[in-house]
Design a protein around this ligand. Sequence first.
Ligand code: MIC
Ligand code: SF4
Length: 643
Amino acid sequence: MGMTIAQKIIKNHLVEGEMVVGTDIGLRIDQTLTQDATGTMAYLEFEAMGVPRVKTERSVAYIDHNTLQTGFENADDHRFIQSIAKKHGIWYSRPGNGICHQVHLERFGIPGKTLIGSDSHTPTGGGIGMLAMGAGGLDVAVAMGGGTYYITMPSMVRVNLTGRLPAWVSAKDIILEVLRRMSVKGGVGKIVEYGGEGVKTLTVPERATITNMGAELGATTSIFPSDEITRSFLKAQGREQDYTELSADPDAVYDEVIEINLSELEPLAAAPHSPDNVKTIEELEGKKIDQVLIGSCTNSSYLDLMRVAAILKGKTVHPDVSLGIAPGSKQVYNMLAANGALADIIASGARILECACGPCIGMGQSPNSGGISLRTFNRNFEGRSGTKDGQVYLVSPETAAVSAIAGVFTDARKLGDAVNIELPEHFMINDNMVTPPAPVEEADSVEILRGPNIKPFPVTQPLEENITAKTLLKVGDNITTDHIMPAGAKILPYRSNIPYLSKFCFAVCDEQFPERCKAEGKGIVVGGSNYGQGSSREHAALVPLYLGIKAVIVKSFARIHKANLINAGILPLEFVNETDYDSIDLMDELELADIRSIIDNGGTVKVTNKTKGTSFEVSCELSRRQRDIILAGGLLNYTRENV
Ligand code: MIC
Ligand code: SF4
C-alpha cells in the first residue's frame, strides 16, 4: 500500500511501536528548536538530565519572545540560554535575528527530517516537507539528550488543492478556509497533508503560512511535499544540498479528504476570539478599525512584506489607525532595507518594530479599550493582545495593508491587478547573528550565567494511592493555555520563576483561583472539550502542579497540553459520559480511590463526588510508558529512575 509524505518520514524515524493509528509511537528526532519563553525551563531540565552534549543533528536556541526587557529578567535569561547553548552544543540565534520559525525555515530546516520545538508553531517547517511538531520543553530536553519523542500515531487528512489563488487572495485565506471547515479541534490526532495541482502554485513562504497556522487546528502537524519549488527556495538560501524530493505515493490512503478550489477563495478573517470564527471580508467591509499589525511567524516573510510595501507605496496610513510592522527575520528586514521597500513602508507612516514575536504575544502594542485590531497573526484568544476587551481579527497581510490605509475593513481585490512579487534568486545570507557552540574540548570551561530570576522547577511526588481533593475550578470548552497561564509583557519575563507565575494562573477565568489553591493545598480542575489548546507552554502544567493540582478532568484534551500534564505528573482524565460534567460544582469534593493501582493496571477510574453523594467514571488513556511517568511523578523523575 502506498504511503503519505508524513508516513514515509515517520517510517524512517520509527524507533518504537507500529504505525497503527491511535497507538503510541516513538520517533528519532533530528533537529530541535527552543525559544526564550519556554527555553530557560527546557535547558534547566536538560541540565538536570546531566547529558554533556546534545545528540541531535542540529539544535538551535532562539531569542525572539521576551525582547521587551523592562527589567533585568529577560536579559538574564538570554545570557543563561546563550551560555548553556555554547556549553552543550546548541546553536544560538541572538535577539534581533528574528522569530524562531521564520529563521529556522530560512536557515536550518531540511526536508524529510524530524524537528520538535518548544513552541506550538514548530509545524512551520512542514512548509519545506519536514515532520515538525510542537512539544513541551521537557520533551525537547529529552530529544536533545538523544531520547525518543513519543506521539500517538495520527490519522492522515489530505487537503487537495486545485486551481490558483485569485489576485489579492492569500495563503492566509487558505488556512482560514481550512479552519472554517475543520474548527480548532478538528485536527486533534491528525496530520494535515497538502497535495494536488494547486500546491505547485504556492511558494515556500506561502506553504509555511499554512503549516504554521495548522497549529490552530489542533493537528499534530501539517506538511507539504518537497518539490522543485522547495529546491529553488533552498537554493536561494544557499542550501541546495539540503534538498530531497518528497511526495505522497499515488495510492497513498488518507482517512479524510478535503477539497479546496483555490480559484474560488476570497479574503477571509477570523473574528474574535477564536481562529475558527471565520467571516468573509465582504461581510465586514466598511467596519471601522483602530489598529493594524503585520508580522508574527505566520505572515512576516519577504514575500508578505514586499506585497505590503507595494500596497503602502505612496499612501498614508489612515489618521485613526496605528499600523505596526515586525519583519520575521533579519534576512527579511535587511532585504527590504536594501531594495527600498522599507523606505516605502516608513514613508506611509507605519511604526517599524524589531523582528521578534512582539505584539503577537502581548509584548507591547496592546490596542485601545474595545479597539478593533487587524493582525496577520495566528491567535486571537481573548486578552492575548494585552487589552481584555480588544477585538482581534486575523487577516492576510494584503487585507491588513489596504485596511490600514482605508481605516475600515477593506477587500484588497479592489486594488485590481495583482502586483507580481517574485521570490529572489538569492536571499541575502548573513548568519552573523547565529553563534556556533563551543568546540567539545572547550565546553568544560564555559561558565553558565544564571540570573536571580531563575528559580528551580517544582518538585514532584510519585502518584499517591488515593486522591481526595476539591474542585477548585470549573471551566468550559476550548480553554487555551493562554487562559491557564497567560503571557504578555507583565508576566512573560517570569517564565523561569514558577512561584511568581502562579499568581496569574487562570486569571482570565477566575482571579481567585491561585488563592483558593493556596488555601486548600491541593485540588482538581474540571473542564470541557479541547482543554489546553494553543501554546505548547509547559508552564500551563508546571504552574498548576506548583499550586497543588492533582488531576484535570475534562471532556477532551489538546495534544501538547495532555503530554505536558503527564510530564508534570498531573493525572489527565476524561469523562466517560460527557453529561457527568454538569453534575460537578465548584468546591465539590472528589475522591479517586485506589488510583495508583488503577493507573498501573489500566481501566476506568471511579470518581466519587463526596459533596453530592454521586459517582461517575473517567478514563485515563495512557500508554505503558505514560503510566510509568505518572506513577513516578513526572518525566524528570521517570528519566532519573530509568536512565
Ligand atoms: C504562542 O504563540 O502562544 C507562543 C508564545 O509562541 C507559545 C509558546 C510559549 O508560550 O512560550 C506557543 O505557541 O507554543
Ligand atoms: Fe512568536 Fe506569535 Fe509565533 Fe508564538 S505565534 S512563535 S508568539 S510570533
